[in-house]
Ligand binder design. Structure first.
Ligand SMILES: [Zn+2]
Length: 610
């Protein structure tokens, strides 16, 4: 708790001034970083690279993992019925290719750079030939629990190319100065020094605190090499932290398969589920989010992508569907403020879009275009939209997973794949015919405090054969009848906070024509509309001076056990925004109810009443 006063000044000052929308915009003295992340996508074609289990021949089923959960996984967001499932048993076949006994060589390894005193420090390190990528991790003294900033001011190649300069990587609006850890990845842009191959030789990195404080700390470089600097496949292990009552292990497993099968040539590996206490199911501030990320210290498998599956992002995080803990974050050290992504779970295909989009941020991908121009990604093969707010789905990059509203087309470009392949998130294969490297075997030190939670479930998904994505029927647009095209696009897209100025998604929605509370309430009540659309429509309805009949609809839906969880949460948030006297009675009823998520949201809502 003592950390809050330190964090509040820079973050809240910025938020209160309207300078930041919240998520990834935490730098107080610099142009704000790009959106921390909201959503989506994965290429459906053009994916290169074999999986890590390369080689031909019949796969061999070698073992079976049986997982028994003793944790209550109670509520599925896809159903209005609150089901108590106290034991979940999942059995999956582990299928490995015939080369499972082949040679193995580590591709990912750590190169400590040592400690740095306060002020600006320049460190150098040798990047060998055949390096696929690397990441500099700079952590202030006191990490991971600190919110001090030790940023990457410059990153200079042996060819004297300034990849990062003054904490920035133009033309993005990201700032390489984060709270408690800063990560800079190579490649993140298409400069000749880093793409398609990383220039070998002596690189230099300068570390400092953009706020002017003398912040000491230490730095390390994680290198990824292969036999020839090319990508030869790999496995993406995932640690899922599942907040109580949000959804089920089987549902999230399906969503993971949807999102990360053939992800830039990676395949899913071991997926480990951990419980996340109810307190973290609702995140209303950056302090909440960073605190939730510290819970990933419980994970023992690395490298891995940590995903925190929560119910509601609200308050300072209002409207976000997901947030990534950095562009990039990292997968080699858990429990830091750069250790994963947070996502709301809605219970439909949208969830896989959020997952894939946020994973892209954590791997180092920026939005192809920012909602507020002129920010964009630094890759030459992605399209750019100069006016996302008015063009929406007519933007040339609207089918890219890193479009700021995400994309159900989930496309990526070759350069975007190249960035993901250079990241620290996965276990790689040294060469064709080699096994994928094992996890980093050194266990992380246990976190302070109570014993870490044990996994709910451990699944080996590495035997999944890469399959084409399942065709998805186009979602019905009946709910959007009468809405402007722009308002419909905003309601259904991924919402992202961040950038040099706040993106007020509710404001964008209203300017696009989504400002009629009666119409919004009707959309929220429409069972044929997507869950995220309904949730947002109800929350938005409360913001536009709803008449009594709309307030009554919000009250009814919030209290209705026949409505999906997220729709009820949206209705409660709409009542909160409306600020009327109805809120207290509805919230108190939910507080006393059985649903842990609704109870937690109600508790927060009541605590915030004036
Ligand atoms: Zn995003």
């Amino acid at each position: 708790m003592s950390r809050f006063p330190r964090l509040r000044s820079p973050i809240l000052a910025r938020l209160l001034s309207g300078a930041a929308g919240g998520l990834l915009v935490l730098s107080a003295a610099l142009p704000g970083p790009g959106c921390g992340g909201i959503v989506v996508v994965d290429a459906t074609d053009g994916e290169g690279g074999a999986g890590g289990q390369g080689g031909a021949g019949s796969p061999v089923t070698s073992s079976v993992t049986s997982v028994t959960s003793t944790t209550s996984v109670t509520t599925s967001v896809t159903t209005s019925v609150t089901t108590s499932v106290t034991t979940t048993s999942i059995t999956t076949s582990i299928t490995t290719g015939p080369d499972a006994g082949g040679p193995v060589e580590r591709t990912l390894y750590e190169h400590p750079l040592g400690q740095v005193a306060g002020g600006m420090n320049t460190l150098t390190f040798n990047v060998p030939a055949d390096t696929l990528g690397f990441a500099v991790l700079a952590e202030p003294v006191g990490a991971p629990a600190t919110f001090a900033q030790l940023g990457v001011s410059t990153l200079i190649s042996p060819t004297n190319a300034f990849i990062i300069s003054n904490y920035a990587l133009p033309p993005t609006d990201w700032s390489f100065a984060w709270y408690g850890i800063t990560v800079a990845g190579v490649p993140q842009n298409d400069a000749p020094a880093v793409m398609p191959t990383v220039a070998p030789g002596i690189w230099s990195v300068s570390l400092g605190d953009p706020t002017g404080a003398n912040t000491p700390g230490e730095a390390t470089v994680w290198m990824r090499r292969t036999v020839d600097g090319q990508f030869h496949g790999g496995l993406l292990d995932v640690n899922v932290f599942l907040a109580n009552g949000v959804t089920s292990v089987p549902y999230l497993t399906e969503t993971l398969i949807e999102a990360y099968t053939d992800y830039a040539g990676l395949q899913l590996g071991i997926v480990t589920f951990y419980p996340l206490a109810s307190q973290w199911s609702v995140l209303e501030s950056m302090e909440d989010m960073l605190g939730a990320l510290e819970q990933t210290a419980a994970a023992t498998r690395r490298p891995a992508l940590n995903i925190l599956a929560v119910a509601d992002l609200a308050g300072d995080l209002e409207g976000a569907a997901g947030v990534a803990a950095g562009i990039p974050g990292q997968g080699v050290s858990h429990g830091t403020h750069g250790s994963g992504v947070v996502m709301e779970v809605f219970g439909d295909f949208f969830d896989s879009v959020i997952m894939e989009h946020e994973g892209g941020h954590l791997a180092g991908l920026f939005h192809t275009s920012e909602i507020l121009p002129p920010g964009r990604d630094p890759l030459g093969d992605t399209a750019y939209c100069s006016d996302v707010e008015t063009q929406f789905e007519n933007c040339p990059d609207a089918d890219n997973i890193m479009f700021p509203y995400g994309s159900f087309e989930k496309l990526r470009t070759p350069m975007q794949d190249r960035v993901i392949r250079g990241s620290t998130l996965y276990r790689g294969a040294w060469a064709d015919g080699y096994q994928v490297e094992p996890p980093l075997d050194e266990p992380l030190p246990p976190p302070n405090g109570p014993a870490p939670p044990q996994p709910i479930a451990v699944l080996d998904l590495s035997g999944q054969m890469p399959t084409a994505r399942r065709p998805r029927p186009a979602p019905s647009q009946a709910w959007a009848a009468g809405l402007s095209q722009g308002a419909a696009a905003v309601l259904s897209g991924v919402w992202c906070h961040g950038g040099p100025a706040a993106v007020d998604h509710h404001g964008v929605l209203q300017r696009a024509g989504g400002d009629d509370p009666v119409q919004l309430a009707a959309i929220g009540a429409d069972p044929t509309a997507p869950i995220q659309v309904r949730k947002r429509a109800l929350a938005a309805a409360g913001r536009v001076q709803p008449p009594p009949e709309v307030v009554a609809v919000l009250s009814t839906i919030a209290g209705s056990e026949g409505s999906p969880l997220q729709v009820r949460v949206g209705a409660l948030r709409g009542l909160q925004a409306a600020g009327g006297p109805e809120l207290a009675a509805v919230a108190q009823g939910l507080l006393r109810g059985k649903d842990p998520v609704l109870s937690e949201v109600a508790r927060r809502v009541l605590a915030r009443r004036p």
